[in-house]
Design a protein. Structure first.
Length: 399
């Protein structure tokens, strides 16, 4: 076990590096998460930042060194993640590669897969996107209808996927496609691919969001040919691979590469806004109803913050040992939605302003509120998350 002295010295080193290397304000609006990266300018800035962090040795620290990782104990990456969040540095954009595809490949991929993909995921040389949801089958992932038909050493893919964040910049997609309609159920005919994006017949079309930004795409496949070697797992067994991917996505399984995946506003930002806001001519913090609502949010945020520590104490988790990891996505996305809604309420009539309307703090609260809804949808909607907790944690029947 690494001594506390070594970890403390490492923390000091990371803080000093961040102080010296955090990029200055670029002079243009940065996205909050990878789901809002909509311009080449934003993308190149964030990709360069990820490359800088990786080359300094602060990304993928716990991934095997033979594939480009650091080969260090997880405690070192945890320190980096904490210090990056405290320093409010930009996020690293290759979120799907770092947090979902990479851990999945390390867990299930072949030796060739690991050698081919892992280092370039860390360096942001290869950007990854996700091809799960479809226009007519959003939450019903098992009913995916994009077809992949075997033709010799290739699969021919047709159909479309939607909400493919970073699709316009991605080199690879984790793709769930239907290779058969036979079998005992709809899940039996699905197959999982590490599919190349930059081939003929693949067309990612950006989608304009409610905020006026881009970031999502609808990706069309028109007789796109992908190598059979990019299949992960056996044909027809894609559902189990997809379920493991979602466990990584929702944070229920560890093994992610690290680094910030978002520049979300947090509870301290809300408190600071409340100090500056006015209610009936007085500071909002002096208003009893405002204080009551703010305290509820503070308690919820602090509770979420302590969940990781709670999960390591068996006596606190023995009744439902999987509750903490499996509820992380639901707790985080719902808290952000509530916090940003509260931030708008603090602004009164000014809450109706937006970025171009001389809004408070440049409109970041309005933008964050609108973006918060993507977090309650992507990776399984809030309603789906509650069903999962009910069935898999509490053991409730489906009906």
């Amino acid at each position: 076990m690494t001594s506390q002295k070594i970890l403390d010295e490492f923390r000091t080193e990371v803080r000093a590096w961040l102080a010296d290397n955090t990029p200055p304000d670029p002079g243009f609006l940065l996205p909050e998460t990878f789901m809002e990266v909509g311009t080449d300018q934003q993308f190149e800035f964030l990709r360069n930042w990820q490359r800088t962090v990786y080359e300094a040795g602060y990304l993928g620290m716990a991934w095997p060194s033979e594939y480009g990782g650091g080969g260090q104990p997880q405690a070192f990456q945890d320190i980096v993640n904490h210090e990056m969040a405290a320093a409010r540095v930009p996020f690293v954009p290759n979120t799907i590669g770092l947090n979902w595809a990479g851990p999945l490949i390390l867990d299930m991929g072949t030796e060739e897969d690991k050698q081919r993909y892992i280092k370039n995921i860390l360096s942001a040389e290869d950007i990854w996107c996700q091809g799960f949801s479809e226009p007519d089958n959003g939450s019903d992932l098992g009913n995916a209808q994009v077809r992949a038909v075997r033709d010799g050493d290739e699969y021919v893919v047709n159909g479309s996927k939607i909400w493919t964040s970073l699709g316009a910049y991605a080199k690879y997609m984790i793709l769930l496609a239907r290779t058969s309609s036979d079998g005992p159920n709809k899940y039996a005919g699905l197959t999982f691919f590490l599919a190349p994006m930059q081939v003929a017949g693949v067309d990612p079309v950006p989608i304009k969001k409610l905020t006026g930004e881009y970031g999502f795409c609808q990706t069309y496949f028109s007789d796109a040919r992908i190598p059979a070697s990019c299949r992960l797992g056996a044909e027809g067994e894609g559902w189990s691979v997809a379920m493991k991917t979602l466990m990584f996505e929702r944070g229920a399984i560890g093994g992610q590469a690290g680094g910030l995946s978002a520049m979300d506003l947090n509870i301290n930002d809300i408190i600071e806004l409340a100090r500056r806001s006015r209610r009936n001519g007085r500071p909002a913090l002096e208003d009893p109803l405002t204080r009551d609502e703010l305290m509820k949010l503070i308690l919820e945020a602090k509770g979420n913050q302590l969940m990781g520590a709670k999960s390591r104490i068996p006596a606190l988790c023995q009744d439902w040992p999987t509750a903490v990891p499996m509820s992380g996505k639901l707790r985080g996305s719902e808290l952000k939605r509530k916090m940003t809604r509260f931030a708008l309420s603090l602004q009164g009539a000014n809450g109706a302003r937006y970025i171009s309307d001389d809004a408070i703090d440049g409109g970041k609260w309005q933008r964050s509120y609108l973006n918060a809804f993507s977090g309650t949808i992507g990776g399984g909607t809030t309603q789906i998350q509650k069903n999962i907790l009910g069935e898999r944690v509490l053991g409730l029947p489906k009906s």
